[in-house]
Design a protein around this ligand. Sequence first.
Ligand SMILES: Cc1ncc(COP(=O)(O)O)c(C=O)c1O
Length: 411
Amino acid sequence: MSKAAPVHVPMDQFDIDGQQLLIGGQSLEQIAALLDKEVFYAYDSKVIKKQIDVFHQHIPAAIKLHYAIKANPYPALINKMRPWVEGFDVASHKEMLLALQSGMPSQDISFAGPAKQLAEIRAAIVAGVTLHIESETELARAVEIGQSLGIQPIVAFRVNPAFELKASGMKMGGGPKQFGIDEERLFELLPDLDYRQFQFRGFHIFWGSQNLKQEAIIEAHINTFALAQKLLDVTPVPTQTINLGGGFGIPYFAGEQRLDLAPIGDNLKQLLNQYPQLGEVELVIELGRFLVAEAGIYASRITDIKTSRGQTFVMTNGGLHHHLSNSGNFGQVIRKNYPVAIGNKMTSPATEDKIMAVGPLCTPLDTLADKMLLPQAEIGDWLVVFQSGAYGPTASPQDFLGHPHVAEIIL
Ligand SMILES: Cc1ncc(COP(=O)(O)O)c(C=O)c1O
């Protein structure tokens, strides 16, 4: 018996009206008219809120949820999310300003990222944002700048743990890393630091991203709690906050399933019982794509259709310059298809023809869909790429070949 080909999880997070995909109740044609743009990202705020509710349904209330703005720094989306999460994590001066201007209190904003520039450190100190310190030099700089300003920097140490997140496309901890300070070095430093030079906030233990394996995340949490307890034990001053990392993934490709947060939450409850001292510290999980990726689509207009030696090519006004990650060039080893659809033919059956959907760039890398089954496409239809709410426009080379930038909207 031959095995069925893997399929994408159903994109059932959005409503459909007849043939029309709806984002926040609007068809793609309506969104295009609203924006006066023929190629855009649209984010459905209800879907973001639902993901946040799923988090709270399973993860113990003692653990706070922060949004990592890097996943999608569209200002209107940040402003919408502000009352729904308990903090923002930022990775640059610009993200920090967006977070502050959303009204998020500075004590709930943390700034992580290697190679912070002096101006970034200075701005974070002035703002009262927590600096996640990534090196010993960075600590010395924060102290010096703080002294020159007459403001104590608020400091948490980003730890490069000795353990790794298993089964993850993107590891940010374990082994030699540019992120954080190695845990063994921190154990040497922590007992003897001059804690009068800064406001000590706590630790940031971040190990990776885009993980869909419950067991791997559970193992990372077990290791994180053990490490956090050891850090507390050697730190001579009280610890206020421990950021437990993030890493929750979303299904992009055929054969992948949505992450089940129930066993992850059960394990966290058990860890909170096992480590009562940690239960007294503010605990945070920081997530980017898990909160926003499923809520976003990328829509481009089909402007031409042609056949080359038997292969159908559907050509659109969108492409890699707007959506690098869908093209497979943002961390994938082998390109795989995101789920796609014709957004104005949602209930039409697929034809037998495996189509290539491509953009306007002069490179075969500019592929939106590679040999996928879709309903009969016509010029004027909307090609939709799902799972596009994270690492979209700001993670794409929008100026490549000088085509127009993409529009965004949250509904
Ligand atoms: C420190 C830190 N926090 C959060 C994230 C967000 O990851 P994700 O969007 O996969 O949740 C990243 C990803 O690079 C990161 O490096």
